[in-house]
Ligand binder design. Structure first.
Ligand code: ADP
Length: 618
């Protein structure tokens, strides 16, 4: 009989396991025990709604056994089990969360180091075994099946005898090599210490059969694991390392969490929550498949793997578990959404996370800035989502680059430095460096004003949503109504512009009315020109909205401003009197230059280049 073949990707992963040079091979046990524990969870959960399944929770267990002579290590559970199709599907394909995360990481990082930090699942058994058999009987069914494989050349599934439901995995442990001691996986003692190390929080008893010298027979040990889930343990008794291990294993991250939030709440609604803010975006964070949510337990029993209602959208990066004895176990998904207690928990959790972030901002600034680099967009989204429903809670968590401090600052910090002014100034651009060179910014800096540099496309929407901060209004210094000059200066400028009206009309026409105004300005110091906007739509917003993959298209009302003090001002006035044809060309160059400064495309770069060269060669 020819063997069934693994799916292509499985084969790749399997090859990697079989030929693994990774030293931390011991994690295979953690993987198999974790699968067994999941299978027990599933059976118990299933039994709550399926009356045909009679399950005594106290009898659910994971048993280990070794046979040194035959070099066998077995891991057995009395959980949900698998039928024939499931054996083929689950063990023949790599489509599972952990393995997928692993595959993604493989593409990015070096192969040797990540294996041990990952939930690579069932296939990791091939790191220590040259043959693996899986005997399984699905709960509620009559027949049992046996899956056998010696690695990448395929697998067989045959009928077998098995009394109780559940799964028994037998590893044929490899022979020692000169670099690797496999015998230790056949020693009760080392197996027990591995269980302690990796699987202590598993909620079902894990036992091992020990040889009793006196009675000359094997006896089941007491549970090796302490069985209390990590989140139910006393905080003082938990080492940071325990949290890190738990997080990395459970949420398939190969980096440590940035922040751990462990909280116990007792009151009207009681719950334990253990949450993590990742250091990096989850591996599938930017894919359509990514879904937010926390694992939901009732008294240590899993109700839902991903309860979306526990987290607001903007906190979708938070990982963790919530365990509440107040939730009924056999509650349906639909009912859960209506559940009052769940709503209370969700609200508390959101508050708690905001509090923790605030604490990080105040006490671990550098860490917070790191967080903000990765997840700042989420916080900003939280500010303007739902018409700003959460803006008051979140406004102090947003940070922007400051011209004065040359680092990220909060709005509160900005306001605390203000001197009799009612305005918070900001400028938008692609990068801090580019904004720093903007003519308007330079002139404000000369006036000792602090300017916030908005480099993220959502930043301006955030400020518009906030509208004000402590009664201080926000002003985009690229908008044309921004003006810091004195009454007298304003008057002089106004006159000058009135006198030049005909010339500017002439120039506007030459630009096909692409700009709504051209005028002289006095706010540019040594720079010759700039492009601003009038009205509600700024140049930045135009860029953002027009770059979206929708049909939406907006145009800011552009204003070309020319420095009245710059020699170019006099030059165009002369040309208007003496050489209108040349003025037309000048107008094109000036406008294109202004667009380039603002980061907007020029319509015809070749024409611009030709014009500039024409004048350069004169
Ligand atoms: P993962 O655990 O990330 O889903 P694995 O490769 O470890 O990936 O396992 C694949 C699937 O095989 C599991 O999702 C589960 O459906 C099934 N499975 C593995 N071990 C067991 C077991 N002991 N009992 C029942 N099903 C199991």
């Amino acid at each position: 009989m020819s063997k069934r073949q693994f799916k292509a990707e499985s084969k790749k992963l399997l090859d990697l396991m079989v030929n693994s040079i990774y030293t931390n091979k011991e994690i295979f046990l953690r993987e198999l025990i974790s699968n067994a524990s999941d299978a027990l969870d599933k059976l118990y959960y299933e039994s709550l709604t399926n009356r045909k399944l009679k399950v005594d929770k106290k009898k659910l267990e994971i048993k280990l056994d070794v046979d040194k002579e035959k070099r066998l290590l077995t891991i057995e559970d009395n959980g949900i089990g698998m039928d024939k199709d499931e054996l083929a599907e689950n063990l023949g394909t790599i489509a599972k969360s952990g393995s997928l995360a692993f595959k993604e990481a493989l593409e990015k990082k070096d192969k040797v180091n990540i294996i041990g930090q990952f939930g690579v699942g069932f296939y990791s058994s091939f790191m220590v075994a040259d043959k693996v058999t899986v005997e399984s009987k699905k709960a509620g069914e009559e027949k049992a099946y046996k899956w056998t494989s010696s690695g990448a050349d395929g697998y067989d599934i045959t009928d077998c005898e098995k009394e109780a439901c559940g799964t028994k995995i037998t590893l044929h442990v490899k022979e020692n090599t000169k670099d690797e001691n496999y015998d230790k996986y056949l020693e009760e003692f080392s197996i027990m210490s591995l269980v302690k190390k990796y699987s202590d929080y598993v909620t079902y008893p894990i036992t091992i059969f020990n040889y009793d010298e006196e009675k000359k027979e094997k006896r089941k040990s007491d549970p090796i694991n302490s069985m209390v889930p990590l989140w139910k343990k006393n905080k003082n008794k938990i080492k940071e390392e325990d949290y890190d291990n738990f997080y990395q294993e459970k949420f398939y991250d190969y980096t440590k969490p940035l922040r751990i939030i462990h909280t116990k709440v007792e009151g009207l609604v009681s719950y334990d929550a253990l949450m993590f803010i990742p250091s990096n975006p989850p591996y599938d964070f930017y894919t359509k498949e990514y879904k937010k949510g926390l694992e939901l337990y009732s008294n240590g029993v899993l109700i839902m793997e991903r309860c979306e209602d526990l987290l607001p959208d903007y906190l979708n990066f938070v990982k963790g578990v919530v365990d509440s004895p107040d939730l009924s176990l056999n509650i349906s998904r639909e009912m859960l959404q209506q559940d009052r207690q769940l709503k209370v928990i969700a609200k508390n959790i959101e508050k708690k996370i905001i509090k923790e972030l605030t604490d990080m901002l105040e006490n671990e600034r550098e860490k917070y800035e790191g967080f903000f680099k990765t997840f700042g967009v989420n916080i900003k989204y939280g500010v303007y989502d739902n018409y700003g429903a959460k803006k008051d809670e979140l406004k102090d968590l947003v940070i922007f680059y400051s011209s004065k401090e040359k680092k990220m600052v909060t709005l509160k910090e900005y306001v605390s430095r203000m001197k009799d002014d009612d305005t918070i100034y900001y400028a938008c651009g692609e990068t801090v460096d580019k904004i720093d060179m903007m003519p308007q910014v330079e002139s404000l800096k000369e006036k000792q004003k602090e300017v916030l540099y908005l480099t993220d496309y959502v930043d301006e929407f955030v400020l518009k949503m906030l509208d004000k901060y402590e009664d201080k209004k926000f002003v985009n210094i690229s908008s044309n109504d921004f003006d810091l000059s004195s009454e007298e200066e304003k008057e002089t400028l106004k006159k000058k512009n009135e006198n030049a009206k005909d010339m500017f009309d002439f120039m506007k026409k030459e630009l096909g009315n692409e700009v709504s105004q051209i005028r002289f300005t006095n706010k540019l110091k040594k720079h010759p020109l700039c492009l601003t906007s009038e009205g509600n739509i700024t140049v930045e917003m135009q860029k953002v909205i027009n770059a979206m993959p929708t049909d939406e298209h907006i145009d800011a009302k552009l204003v070309l401003e020319i420095n009245e003090d710059h020699p170019i001002a006099k030059k165009i006035e002369d040309l208007y009197k003496t050489d209108k044809e040349t003025l037309k060309k000048y107008t094109k160059i000036l406008y294109d230059e202004a667009r380039l400064i603002e980061g907007l495309p020029v319509e015809n770069p070749t024409e611009l280049s030709n014009l500039v060269c024409e004048f350069l060669s004169k």
